[in-house]
Design a protein around this ligand. Sequence first.
Ligand code: ADQ
Length: 459
Amino acid sequence: MKYLVVTSRAPVSHEIVSGRESLKKNVGGVVTALRRLMMQEGGTWVSWGDGNADNRYLEEEYEGYHISRIMLEQREKKGFYDDYSNGTLWPLFHYFRDQMKLSPNGYKKYEDVNRKFAEKIMEHLTKDTIIWVHDYQLMLVPGMLREKGVRNLIIFTWHIPWVASEFYSILPEAKILLSSVTKADMITFHTHLYERNFHESAKMLFGSDEGLKDKTFVFSLGIDVKYYSSNNFAGLPSKALKGRKLIFSVDRLDYTKGLISRVMAIETLIKKFPKSREKFIYVMVVTPSRTSVTQYEELKRELEMTIGRVNGLYSDLSWQPIVYIYRKVSDTLLMSYYRKADIALITPLIDGLNLVSKEFVAASQNGILILSEFAGAAFNLKDAILVNPNDPDEVAQKIHEAMFMEPNEITRRLWALKRTIQKYDLEWWLNSIKNEAIRIHEHGGRDFRSKESAHNSPE
Ligand code: ADQ
């Protein structure tokens, strides 16, 4: 049995920069997880070649598996990726009604590109292939494959929140997209809440979720704990901190990540607890993301103005509260920050899961995780300090408590969190999905005994 993995972005891209060709690794959490599977099992990975030299590598052998790329024209990229995936679906599935642009033309391109994916998949299909499709950019793929008569087992993994049915149903294409996803044999979510919302959407739009009862699973993506807890990473030069607490965060630049609210919480901390002044430095790493989507440019401006305003109010020669880094940092530097940080401040307004929180827990030796209760990861990471990211007073209060927390309590919480992420790590996630898939493939049905052990998130 071979896996055929389908994602919007490829594991690697080929780029020409200043006349020289180079290979760029995609480091997102989804790609890292799937690379592990592909390196272990081989198979084919179908994705969009977005590198400017990818047209030279439409078919490529890479680290033990095959990459097959589809190429998009500028107009297709704009409609499929910028307008519909990131301009309509992303805000819809994160409850951002005011950011959501309805785009009939974008949808048309989304449909065309999903068809290209389906056709490419057909080229690589054999009788025993298990097709594993990922995320909101490719919702039409399962339905299109069934229309082409494909009977192979299809897994669909959803990486972002699934919203409440009444919210989902505002999308003009709600029925078509949902109907296509339900054509998969196995649909996996990060939390029970998203799974429930998915069923409710089916009940609301189709009158019933009968056929879906045995198809949906909750497997919350884990990380490679061994990698993140390894000692092979250099520490940060502690001198720069001058004994101050290091508060740290790393996020893509996205309105869902609560970046501006977080800066306001830091401002509230300084105002409400004047003694905390000069006792911390907040290092905020923000990675450029979706730079061709207008809302993201505006967000960048607003974020930088807010950081500038807060730093302008409180900095002096010896102290600046916020160190803002806007670029992709190296893996080693990221690890050093995870290791050294006293507090990780991860406060998305909403997040499908949030891998950064798990990476920090794995790497840290004595740090405290402050985590938004609206991140999917919060369902499992109960020993973090959970906060409502919309309430700057509450977040400031919790940061203050964390700055003065008893060492015993810090250790107790951190090791409880480490136990959880160790138990539900990347290997667990891959094996759980693979085992269910094989069972369905071999017996044409689901093993109900496995359902309890598979569902890790307590209600
Ligand atoms: P994302 O929204 O991209 O993922 P997240 O889960 O936090 O968010 O993953 C980001 C990954 O990129 C992490 O592995 C992090 O280490 C890495 N990263 C971010 N900034 C970086 C930087 N500057 N330098 C180096 N590495 C950086 C989507 C959903 C999430 C869901 C994941 C997986 O939005 O909710 O958790 O998919 O399902």
